[in-house]
Design a protein around this ligand. Structure first.
Ligand code: NDP
Length: 293
C-alpha cells in the first residue's frame, strides 16, 4: 500500500491561521510589529530567492521585514558592526544571517556576535547549547528560552500534528549539520526517541536506516534514501532540496520509497512550507521575550 502523505502545504495553511490570530493578539497587546532583519553579503541566487520568500510571507502576515544586503567584499569588522547595530535596534526582533558568508569572514565569529535573544535561527551557541541541554519532555525543565532552527522545528511539528508516535521509537537522522540534522536529532531525543545520527562516514547506512521507525534525511544528495533502505511502514521526513534537470527533488527517492513507507513528505510541499511557518513563530516569540525581559 502506498504511503500516506505528510502534506506540509496543507499543514502550513492551517497553521498560518493560528499564527495570524497570535499576531493579532500580540499587536493588540503591545502595539508593535514583530520584525525580522535578514543579513546577506553578496548576491548568491539561492539566498536572494529565499530572502524573497521570507519577505513575502512576513509581509503577508503583517510582520516587518528588513533586508540588509551587504557587499560581497565587506570586511569582517564591518559585518560585525552591522550585526551589532541590529542587536541594539529595538525595532528589530529577529536576525537571520544568510549563508554563504563570504570567504575571509569567520562564520562562527558572526554567529557568536548575534544577540541570543534575536537569534531566531537558533545558531548562537547559547541557543544550540540550551537545546542540547534541554530535559526530555515529561521531566522538569532546567533550561528555558532557547530558539530551535526553523527547519527541524517544522519537521518535528509535522510528526506531532500527524500523531506519529515518537517516544521509544528508533529515529535515524541522516546528516549532522548544525541547522538541520543535529538539532533534529536533539529534538527527537528530547521527545524520547532512540536516536541514531548518521553522516558521510557512517558505515552501512542502508542497514541502519532499515532499523528506523522514523527516518529524517538532511543530506543534500538527490534520492540518496532508496526503497530498500526503508522498513515497511516507517515515517519518512525529507528535508532535502536538490535540483535534477531543473526539477526539485529531495534526498529521498520519493517514487520508490512511497511504496514501502507508512508516511512520507513530498518534495516540494513537505518540510519547506513548514520551515517558513516556524520562522514566523520564532520571530513572534522573540518579540514576546524581548518585551517581557
Ligand atoms: P550540509 O551540507 O550542511 O550537511 C549535509 C550532511 O549530510 C552532513 O552532515 C554530511 O556528513 C551528510 N552527508 C553527506 N553525504 C552523505 C552520505 N552519502 N551519507 C550520509 N550522510 C551524508 O546540508 P544542510 O543540513 O544544510 O542541508 C541538507 C539538505 O536540506 C539540503 O538539501 C538543503 O538544501 C536542505 N535544506 C532544506 C531546508 C528546508 O526548509 N526543507 C532548509 C535548510 C536546508 P558530514 O558531516 O560527514 O560531512
Amino acid at each position: 500500500m502506498a504511503a500516506q502523505l505528510f502534506d506540509g502545504q496543507a499543514l502550513a495553511k492551517a497553521m498560518r491561521k493560528e499564527i495570524d490570530a497570535e499576531i493579532a493578539a500580540f499587536k493588540e497587546e503591545y502595539h508593535i510589529t514583530p520584525t525580522i532583519a535578514v543579513v546577506r553579503a553578496g548576491e548568491d541566487p539561492a539566498s536572494v530567492s529565499y530572502a524573497g520568500a521570507i519577505q513575502r510571507s512576513f509581509e503577508a502576515r503583517g510582520l516587518g521585514f528588513q533586508m540588509h544586503a551587504l557587499p560581497e567584499d565587506i570586511s569582517e569588522a564591518d559585518f560585525l558592526a552591522q550585526v551589532t547595530r541590529l542587536n541594539q535596534d529595538s525595532a528589530i526582533h529577529g536576525i537571520m544571517i544568510q549563508e554563504p558568508i563570504p570567504k575571509g569572514i569567520r562564520s562562527e565569529v558572526i554567529t557568536e556576535a548575534l544577540s541570543p535573544l534575536k537569534d531566531i535561527d537558533g545558531v548562537h551557541p547559547v541557543n544550540a547549547g540550551r537545546l542540547a541541554q534541554a530535559a526530555p519532555t515529561g521531566r522538569p525543565p532546567e533550561v528555558f528560552d532557547f530558539f530551535v532552527p526553523a527547519t527541524p522545528a517544522g519537521g518535528l511539528e509535522i510528526l506531532k500534528r500527524y500523531n506519529i508516535p515518537i517516544a521509544g521509537q528508533h529515529a535515524v537522522i541522516v546528516g549532522r549539520s548544525r541547522i538541520v540534522g543535529k538539532p533534529m536529532a536533539l529534538l527527537l531525543l528530547r521527545e524520547n526517541a532512540t536516536v541514531t545520527l548518521c553522516h558521510s562516514r557512517t558505515r552501512d547506512l542502508a542497514a541502519i536506516c532499515r532499523q528506523a521507525d522514523i527516518i529524517c534525511a538532511a543530506v543534500g544528495q538527490p534520492r540518496l534514501i532508496r526503497a530498500e533502505m526503508v522498513r515497511p511502514g516507517a515515517a519518512v521526513i525529507d528535508f532535502g532540496v536538490n535540483f535534477v534537470d531543473d526539477k526539485m527533488v529531495g534526498d529521498v527517492d520519493f517514487d520508490g520509497v512511497q511504496a514501502v513507507a507508512g508516511w512520507i513528505t513530498p518534495v516540494p510541499g513537505g518540510t519547506g512550507p513548514m520551515t517558513n511557518i516556524m520562522l514566523l513563530r520564532n520571530v513572534l516569540e522573540a518579540a514576546r521575550r524581548q518585551l517581557s525581559s
